[in-house]
Design a protein around this ligand. Structure first.
Ligand code: MRU
Length: 360
């Protein structure tokens, strides 16, 4: 289903050597491809969330560093460009991981060879991300098959962990796409994901494009839907997973995990190994991004005339706190769905994953 290069969030044109990304701040109303043609354009794309989602942030940063080296391959520029990209967003560890991958592929080379090698590395990270996400989909599908009881599956997700958040397939949505393609009747409850609404503006958009039935629900209705028996499982993504299995994802994930546990519903987290921060022992050590209060206090949408407008939701002088992520403790996670298989969310489970990964 993802054979078509159009159905991806970051495309590479080998003839012109151009990188283009979908500007996700304009979705779902407009599909606009942006050409990233300078280090500052890459940094802006990540910090303004034209590209977002942990795997896509990592792949974009890798191309950004390759671009920077084509301007100036010196050690000093390698360091400063990497630091500029790393500073764009704090929580998704794929950003640091991808920059380290490119740096270790080029730092031992003569400056004249670095730009080409960095570009090759970025392309291989892109290809690896697509393959890993597809494998997450296949491994997740095994679990979904075991849950199916005849009338299909109602799956709840939060934020956007689909192909817009990776290059193709996505993490949490990869098993959904695989299930849909294999004929399992799936329906997805998409929680809108205040304040930036990645659920209603991105997840619903990509599921609708793929013909997967879905319904947008308010974040606050998710516990109720679980209690009413309308949810068979929850699948979310991760921005950083600690070595003990604690998972950091879009704010609101923790409340869903609590509600899922109270209703005895499986709560799965789908992630590539690049999202595991082995240096981070516990979830409490994960840096949580705090974004501008205006995201909570205002709302952007199309008005009746089709014009994009920003409106104020709260009274003048209102204060708001905007923590963009939260941490779900490992004990609330039923399983981690990865490209290496499905594992228990615990230190032991992640050590097993590491062993499988090393022998792969
Ligand atoms: O702030 P965002 O939109 O970058 O947050 C994205 C998420 O929280 C996703 O769930 C996460 O990156 C997993 S993506 C496959």
């Amino acid at each position: 289903m993802f054979g078509n290069d159009e159905l991806c969030s970051l495309r590479w044109d080998s003839a012109s050597e151009k990188v283009e990304v979908i500007d996700q701040t304009l979705l779902p109303h407009t599909v606009h491809w942006c050409h990233l043609d300078s280090l500052s354009a890459y940094c802006h794309a990540i910090s303004s969330m034209q590209v977002r989602g942990a795997p896509l942030i990592g792949v974009t940063a890798a191309f950004g560093l390759a671009h920077a080296l084509s301007d100036d391959p010196s050690n000093q520029h390698l360091e400063s460009a990497s630091a500029a990209l790393l500073a764009t967003r704090p929580t998704a560890v794929n950003l640091r991981w991808a920059l380290e991958q490119v740096t270790s592929a080029v730092s031992h080379l003569e400056p004249a060879e670095r730009a080409r090698a960095a570009q090759e590395k970025a392309l291989s990270l892109r290809a690896q991300d697509i393959a890993n996400c597809e494998r997450i989909g296949e491994n997740g599908l095994q679990l979904l098959r075991s849950l199916e009881v005849g009338n299909g599956l109602n799956i709840m997700t939060h934020c956007n962990a689909g192909w817009l958040a990776a290059v193709q397939w996505g993490t949490a949505l990869a098993p959904v796409y695989k299930a849909h393609a294999s004929g399992i009747p799936v329906h997805v409850w998409v929680s809108e994901t205040r304040p930036r609404n990645q659920g209603s503006s991105l997840t619903a958009w990509e599921l609708n494009r793929a013909g997967v039935p879905c319904t947008i629900v308010t974040d606050n209705s998710c516990g109720q839907l679980m209690r009413q028996g309308k949810v068979d499982c929850v699948i979310v993504g991760s921005d950083r997973t600690a070595a003990n299995g604690d998972v950091c994802n879009k704010v609101g994930t923790y409340l869903k995990a609590l509600a899922a546990r109270a209703s005895d519903i499986p709560f799965y987290v789908a992630l590539p190994e690049s999202t595991i921060d082995w240096s981070c022992e516990h979830g409490k050590d994960i840096p949580i991004e705090e974004r501008d209060a205006s995201e909570v206090l205002t709302f952007v949408g199309l008005d009746a005339a089709g014009e994009l407008r920003e409106i104020n939701l709260a009274g003048a002088h209102s204060q708001a706190l905007n923590q963009a992520f939260d941490v779900t403790p490992a004990e609330l996670v039923t399983a981690l769905l990865t490209e290496h298989g499905n594992f228990e969310a615990s230190s032991e489970g992640l050590q097993r994953l590491r062993t499988v990964s090393k022998t792969a």
